[in-house]
Design a protein around this ligand. Sequence first.
Ligand code: PEP
Ligand code: MN
Length: 343
Amino acid sequence: MIVNIENGADLSKIQSELAGLGCWVGPVHISASGHRALLLKPYSAPVSAEDVRNIPGVESVLVAVSEHARMDSQMLPLTVAGVDFGTGTPVVMAGPCSVESEDQIYQAARRVAGCGAQFLRGGAYKPRTSPYSFQGHGAPGLRWLQGAATAFGLRTVTELLTPEQADLVACYADLIQIGSRNMQNMSLLRAAGQTGKPVLLKRGAAATLQEWLLAGEAALLAGAQTVLLCERGVRGFDPTTRNLLDLGTVAHLASLGLGIIVDPSHATGRRDLVLPLAQAGLAAGACGLLVETHDQPQTALSDGPQALTPHQFAQLMGSLALFGNRTRQSRSVDTEVAWGGVQ
Ligand code: PEP
Ligand code: MN
């Protein structure tokens, strides 16, 4: 917010009034003609432009408009595919990395539903790093996923890889996943958005928050019903974990009141670290989890090392009671919306 000061007005009085409102006031800018202006920095306390304009001696107030106003307006609580996010109880999306067979996904659905998950995950189209790895079963995989989910009252979340498959995937997915490798694939985002379905947008491995939010904005602009963000780790420098889970950004998004879930599976690549990072993600303010679990991880066709065993998954679900009564984070920084494109 830029606050223009009237000629002759008492600057220190205005500064102390702004401080009294809880604002973080930047240095005074004096133009060549002597006109004075103050910058109210982002991370100030919530204050409306109207409150500032009403201070005697303030000539006018300029408010920058965010480049991702649609994303900003998606405040929690949100209903995505009929499931409420941000009401205090974490939403869990769980299942294997890939849909491997009709029986495999059916057994997984039975198990995760029994533990209290709301969504069944499983890739039918897999964006594998190696072209020699299992690429997914495609359309039959989608059918098996939906059949299994329906049998146990679960919603489906599955990845869309190409614009041509958008309509097909939308028939089977309650929530369309855009994977990390495709976060900024604009034609894919447009195609996903045009289905009118909600979108789960995973963060690109090297994407800034601004890039991520703008990618979400593209899906919303194209018609996506909602965009839920998923932090799954960014590229780090140490191979001890597969990626580096950016909990600061999770906390930041939660403080803005936006819907963010955490994927501790792809973040770590190791099943022994999934539980602590799932809990850390929820403690940071995530409203849900995307977790890989497999009935027999040692035989998994993809991402076996990070798949929770049935016992570990049940343990994780049991531990969520710790987070059950958390009250929803409210947007703590109203002015941040206005500054979205400027930071
Ligand atoms: C996945 O969730 O199956 C996946 C491939 O994740 P990411 O896009 O985060 O790598
Ligand atoms: Mn995976």
